[in-house]
Design a protein around this ligand. Structure first.
Ligand SMILES: [Zn+2]
Ligand SMILES: [Zn+2]
Length: 110
């Protein structure tokens, strides 16, 4: 995961913070979580945006943009509130691939 940009929550557009969770005895997943209270939204490099539930396989959206080069789920790097456009970046360091989504007419309009 790159360290120059922090992902934003796809619900609140707040900066997420790095977090490490024990998955089992010898494996740990690194992900980012939203800093808003009660928001359990996380971004994981492998899955993209997920809301983890204990003891359940994470549900992730197939509509998330993916990097063409790395086929990784991309994260929201910035929000242009004036144009209502969100910008996505690839989690791979130094990858310049970006995507944009219009939040008024896009799938996140509601
Ligand atoms: Zn959030
Ligand atoms: Zn990439």
């Amino acid at each position: 995961m790159r360290s120059d940009i922090l992902p934003l929550c796809d619900k609140h557009f707040r900066t997420m913070e790095p977090f490490s969770a024990p998955y089992n005895a010898d494996y740990c997943i690194d992900f980012f979580r939203c800093t808003a209270q009660f928001c359990r939204r996380c971004f994981s490099e492998r899955l993209g945006y997920v809301t983890p539930k204990w003891g359940e396989a994470p549900q992730f959206s197939s509509q998330q943009p993916r990097c063409d080069y790395h086929s990784r789920p991309m994260f929201i790097s910035s929000l242009d509130r004036q144009r209502n456009v969100i910008h996505y970046s690839c989690p791979e360091p130094n990858c310049r691939e970006t995507a944009r989504e219009d939040i008024l007419s896009g799938s996140q309009a509601r």
